[in-house]
Design a binder for this molecule. Structure first.
Ligand code: ADP
Length: 395
């Protein structure tokens, strides 16, 4: 059973083709700079990467290029060989708490949700429409970044702002990275020898975007991103939590427009804003002699610790603390800094295990740690493929 996974951004199209009989990834690729002069196209099949540059005017053309490549390399002979296309869709609002078969009504709902994700949902819709133009019969499934967090209680998702903002505009916390946290939960349950419904955890997705999630008995009960992915942890270029009063201050004092503040907080803040560097590898190297890099690292780690403390309080007890995504999976120094000083809370890292580099998931807790600590590689595309397969089984 072949399933194509699409992650359509405003000017890019990422894809992966899976054989779901054995979960093998047959090819992975990326088309960038859609609608610019030249769009770099890169496709990796097994160990080999093929690159070319084409003129691609929109997502429909990008999808046609992708299908041509799949045919050219013999990955599919006819389009009928694809059982379904699974789309990453950023915002499902309050309408979707699980992956959903896409029909006209779902598409219309995604259009209605555009105000909540003005940068992302239009691109996701363009991807869905491009597939429809290519084949009306092909089954398409939407897998939402927000869906996993729809289990949050109102106390966690409501902001203390006038009620009508929630009732009329749906101003509330939604949370993102749900596909990743959901995947981590399933992998963790296997490591714990439990079912996901029996498992509780604090999941730390630390990549360029970063979020923490409190999972109780298999359900997200709180997460650090909010109405938008700007809230919460310090990220590569996003500020995370800050006093909303800063927005008024910047406008009144510096005359910044709302758009300028949006750009400032989303693209010029976070680690980048603090030290001019958002790649954790470089930052860790520079932190030895550069004071700003050291401070950026301290602010990054301090915020994570605060969320761990908060989530321990809301969970009451937890089986595990999990590190995932680029930084969580690879930056042992960050993991050690995060766990240091949390021994009194039952989180004790084994420094030797933490330094070991292993493929796949591994544990890094000391024998006397009440809470287990794991590094679990995330795989959002595989999770989208698995959820797409689940929807197919229900048809
Ligand atoms: P995203 O998918 O959100 O773009 P990733 O999950 O790929 O991000 O994570 C990117 C981050 O992970 C970058 O800050 C990068 O420097 C960091 N990273 C990747 N590999 C390593 C490593 N070996 N050591 C430290 N940090 C790493």
């Amino acid at each position: 059973m072949r399933v194509l996974i699409l992650n359509a951004g405003s000017s890019s199209l990422k894809f992966k083709l899976y054989n779901m009989n054995d979960r093998e990834c047959l090819c992975t690729g990326l088309i960038e700079k859609i609608a610019k002069d030249e769009s770099p196209v890169s496709v990796s099949i097994k160990e080999q990467t093929h690159k070319k540059a084409l003129h691609i005017k929109d997502h429909t053309e990008a999808l046609n290029v992708l299908f041509d490549l799949l045919f050219e390399w013999g990955l599919i002979v006819t389009i009928d060989e694809l059982r379904a296309v699974g789309h990453r869709v950023v915002h499902g609002g309050e309408l979707y708490s699980e992956a959903t078969l896409i029909d006209e009504e779902v598409l219309e709902n995604l259009r209605r949700l555009i105000p909540l994700a003005p940068l992302h949902n239009p691109a996701n819709i363009a991807g869905i429409e491009a597939v429809r133009l290519r084949s009306k019969e092909l089954i398409q499934v939407a897998v939402f970044d927000t869906a996993f967090h729809q289990s949050m209680p109102a106390a966690a998702y409501r902001y203390a702002v006038p009620n009508e903002l929630y009732e009329h505009e749906r101003v509330r916390r939604y949370g993102f990275h749900g596909t990743s946290h959901g995947y981590i939960l399933k992998e963790l349950a296997m490591l714990l020898n439990k079912t996901p419904e029996q498992s509780s955890a604090i999941s730390l997705h630390l990549g360029n975007g970063a979020s923490a999630c409190a999972i109780k008995n298999g359900k997200s009960i709180d997460t650090s991103m909010g109405m938008t992915p700007l809230e919460g942890l310090v990220m590569g270029s996003r500020s995370g939590d800050l006093d909303p009063g800063i927005v008024f201050f910047l406008h009144r004092r510096k005359g910044y427009t709302i758009d300028q503040i949006d750009t400032l907080l989303n693209t010029r803040s976070g680690l980048l804003g603090l030290c001019g560097e958002n790649d954790m590898r470089t930052l860790l190297k520079k932190a030895k002699e550069d004071e700003n890099c050291r401070l950026a690292l301290d602010v990054f780690v301090y915020r994570i610790k605060k969320y761990i403390g908060a989530y321990l309080a809301v969970l009451g007890k937890t089986d595990a603390l999990v590190f995932t995504a680029g930084i969580g999976e690879h930056a042992s120094a960050v993991r050690e800094m995060v766990c240091s000083g949390l021994e009194g809370l039952g989180i004790v890292i084994d420094k030797g295990e933490n330094l070991s580099k292993k493929d796949g998931a591994f544990s890094i807790h000391a024998k006397d740690s009440a809470i287990k600590i794991f590094v679990i590689p995330t795989d959002e595309e595989l999770e989208i493929a698995l959820q797409t397969k689940d929807v197919l089984l229900d048809l």
